[in-house]
Design a binder for this molecule. Sequence first.
Ligand SMILES: Cc1cc2nc3c(=O)[nH]c(=O)nc-3n(C[C@H](O)[C@H](O)[C@H](O)COP(=O)(O)OP(=O)(O)OC[C@H]3O[C@@H](n4cnc5c(N)ncnc54)[C@H](O)[C@@H]3O)c2cc1C
Length: 392
Amino acid sequence: MRFDLTPEQRAFKYEVETFLRDHLPANVAAKVKRGAGVSKDELTAWTRTLNAKGWAAPAWPIEHGGTGWSLVQRHIFDVACRAAHAPALSGFGFNMVGPAIIKFGTAEQHAQFLPKILNADLWFCQGYSEPQAGSDLASVRTRADKNGDDYVVNGSKIWTSGAEMADWIFCLVRTNHDVQQQKGISFLLFDITSPGVSVKPLYAFNGKRLWNQVFFEDVRVPVAQRLGDEDRGWTVAKSLLGDERLMVSRVSENKRVLGVLKEALQEQIRRGIEMPESVHSEICALEIRLQALEMTSLRILTQADSGSQIGAEPSMLKLKGSELVQAQDELLFRMVDYLALPQDSANTGEEPVNPAWAEYIASGRYHHRGYTIAGGSSEVQHNIIAKQVLGL
Ligand SMILES: Cc1cc2nc3c(=O)[nH]c(=O)nc-3n(C[C@H](O)[C@H](O)[C@H](O)COP(=O)(O)OP(=O)(O)OC[C@H]3O[C@@H](n4cnc5c(N)ncnc54)[C@H](O)[C@@H]3O)c2cc1C
């Protein structure tokens, strides 16, 4: 199998690169390149630029505002965006609940939500995990009891990323207590400012508000805001986890970090810091792992594009991609030492203590620790591979 891009794919890559060069604001790209987060306003503006071009939701069907691109085209687009340092759009809307609404929503729900997600007029967050339900998601306890035309929701969700910025939440709730766990769950969409919802911050050890705990006390949610059938929310949730499951290799994020790694090596040499010879070979080894990951990823995407059945491959891609980012972070951290002292001058305007190229290395490292937990931990991925590939 050859992986050279076809002439059409090369032309597509050129079109994407040209668009990014002409439309991506330089100040936003500079922040992303350094690893600094962008503001909600900046992300909203970029989403609207892509939406005006028809490129905000590459994975969605054309009739709902998507592009109709193949998986390989989506990969090319993703890598080009990351190479140009474009910010990633909100995954909750575009990759998770959007595709679920397309698949399970009514015509009214399509009209109500999809255009708003495409234009960043409506931001969602994901209410799945609970204090007692993470990897074992089917054991969610947050309950929704029918009362007239409403459900009354009580309980709490944890690790809810971005709830402080979100307008709505998509939420797994228990609607039936008398059946097997998976068969008593429903999928609700509701306004996070509804009476009875409270959002409390949870901070990561780098001091950033990475998550929230969201509490529900007698929150009234119209039955019409349920996605899919009552007690069939597990099917919706599974499809939602599956929709983006092939785009999990983090190739483009790994490329960005590799760029930082090479820049850090050059900068340290320029500053007269002696770098052990082994650092060079370690960077080469990481780049080879990255090339292998990209080839494997492209091979699997090409197979999926041509209709092949996909099994445990997404678990392998997630495992390898997330471990590789973390391996790069470890080397980076060793190379830059105290220069990695975390700061956020791009967003706070404060005077940087350390060189700009090193400022976000630590916060990147802390952030990437979550890659082997969120979306299914590495242990869970190992279990899937053991079962499906090794037959254990
Ligand atoms: C950065 C980040 C962002 C997140 N954002 C969100 C969000 O927006 N919304 C949301 O709902 N959730 C979110 N989560 C939560 C995430 O989905 C859960 O952390 C994840 O599902 C694991 O659940 P848990 O934390 O309860 O750990 P547990 O499930 O309690 O697992 C604890 C440990 O036991 C291991 N383990 C569990 N089961 C098995 C098994 N069967 N075999 C072997 N080992 C096992 C795990 O690998 C882990 O090491 C986020 C998490 C992170 C890190």
